[in-house]
Design a protein around this ligand. Structure first.
Ligand SMILES: C=C(O[C@@H]1C=C(C(=O)O)C=C[C@H]1O)C(=O)O
Ligand SMILES: [Mg+2]
Length: 440
């Protein structure tokens, strides 16, 4: 990053002219740079990355403010100016259960980064954020220190790796048992859908670079959100998710039901055929419809007006294609992101229906802690926000990678087919880690 000491000093002088209270921000124009490569060089314990489907991306380091619980999140939402879409808190909320593996990813974690570099195609800009809730002079010292620690960008290296072992939780046998239980007549009478999931653990022969992995992954999945969060300098949660939880611009809210899956075809004819079959398939349509119904019901309780677009669309990804229905709503300006997140998450695309019994079943039976997998990740500001459902994701430490996949189990689901659906969903990342990794 070519930012001179005098440019930085100018920015600090600008900051001093602003009211020395609350959260403040200044911005400097930069030449274009590779954000993931830049992030890889930084030494700050908090690092993160976000890219939306319009290819607008941001890399951030350090934290001017951290939010760890609902009360703090509420207080931040209350403080944010409803006309400002630049002061942004990035982070996420977990699915539900935590474990030692997820120790730096608590139930909720949002940060106002110390430094953000945003790149939206036209401009590359550095934002410096300040938190004047405490002593301003101390805050200036922190900013100086974080600035002094910034490192110049260096190209990312993509090192080939080998997986030494693979372990699935639940195992194939356990999966068969769970699917049988959920599809049984008795169970179906009270719970129509449970999204069962699996954690696949890989032990690697050498150190894996999370930034390089994400760079390769997002090149394969351009129709996706792309994200990375690291809060302890070591453990990264990253992924390329096709699913929007919601985005909000003022009182306009956009959401979607993304559920129902088929693999991609090897030829374009086969691919079109698989897509057409998916659009007509009763089990997959049911998976999707249950998400539509629940999201519209919940949004109706919160909104002034809700509209579900009539047509089912296909969303084509690297290894799978999905059914998608768009949903729009007009919300009251008084409704904040804390309330929206609480109302909409977890949708039946990752939990099930009814929510509470499906989630209880998942917690009791999956046999591992989902952590931030199937949670919600994104950012919020006063005027705007954007959240993705954290699927197609992985938790990465230097020699270990856990990746996750779920499948909506409804009446008519077959255990073996659903197991294959999980494999299709993780194929993109597995092949990037080790191109010889065989799917079972
Ligand atoms: C839960 C996941 O995906 C969800 C399940 C789908 C399905 O079962 O068809 C499709 C998209 C998502 O709603 C995942 O990828 O982990
Ligand atoms: Mg499915």
């Amino acid at each position: 990053m070519r930012l001179t000491a005098s440019q930085f000093q100018n920015a600090i002088n600008q900051l001093r002219l602003l009211p020395q209270q609350g959260f403040q921000q200044v911005c400097i124009k930069l030449p274009k740079l590779d954000l993931l490569a830049w992030l890889n060089q930084q030494q700050h314990t908090t690092r993160g990355y976000w890219k939306n489907k319009r290819q607008q991306q941001v890399a951030f380091v350090g934290a001017a403010k951290s939010v760890l619980d609902l009360e703090q999140l509420q207080s931040v939402c209350d403080q944010l100016d409803p006309r400002n879409n630049q002061l942004r808190f990035y982070g996420g909320i977990a699915f539900a259960r935590q474990s030692a593996l997820w120790s730096s990813f608590p139930h909720r974690r949002f940060i106002l980064p110390r430094f953000e570099i945003r790149c939206d195609g036209e401009y590359t800009r550095l934002f410096i954020n300040a938190n004047f809730e405490h002593q301003p002079e101390l805050e200036y010292q922190r900013i100086e220190k974080a600035f002094a620690a910034l490192k110049p960008v260096q190209a990312l290296q993509h090192t080939p790796l080998k997986a030494l072992s693979r372990q699935d939780q639940p195992s194939r046998e356990q999966w068969q048992h769970l699917v049988k239980q959920v599809t049984s007549e008795d169970f179906q009478q009270h719970t129509a859908k449970v999204v069962l999931s699996r954690q696949t653990n890989l032990q690697l022969n050498a150190e894996i670079n999370a930034f390089s992995l994400l760079q390769q992954w997002q090149q394969k999945e351009r129709n996706c959100y792309s994200f990375l969060f690291q809060f302890d300098g070591v453990t990264s949660f990253l992924g390329c998710s096709p699913e929007r939880l919601y985005s909000r611009e003022g009182s306009q809210l956009v959401s979607e039901a993304l559920a129902g899956t088929a693999p991609r075809g090897e030829t374009s004819e086969l691919d079109t055929q698989l897509g057409e079959q998916l659009l007509e398939d009763a089990k997959n349509k049911l998976e999707n419809q249950l998400v539509v119904d629940d999201l519209t019901r919940r949004l109706k309780e919160l909104s002034l007006h809700v509209r579900t677009l009539d047509n089912l669309e296909l969303l084509k990804l690297d290894r799978v294609q999905h059914l998608k229905r768009r949903i729009q709503a007009r919300i009251s300006p008084a409704l904040d992101d804390r309330s929206l997140l609480q109302a909409l998450h977890p949708t039946p695309a990752v939990g099930g229906l009814p929510r509470s019994s499906a989630v209880q079943y998942i917690l009791k039976n999956e046999g591992y802690a989902r952590g931030w997998y199937a949670g919600a990740v994104g950012w919020l500001s006063g005027a705007q926000s954007e959240f993705s459902v954290a699927i197609r994701s992985a938790l990465v430490t230097p020699q270990h990678l856990s990746t996750f996949a779920g499948a909506g189990i409804v009446a008519g689901s077959q255990a073996e087919q659903e197991w294959q659906e999980l494999n299709h969903k993780i194929a993109t990342v597995l092949q990037l880690v080790d191109k010889d990794l065989l799917l079972d």
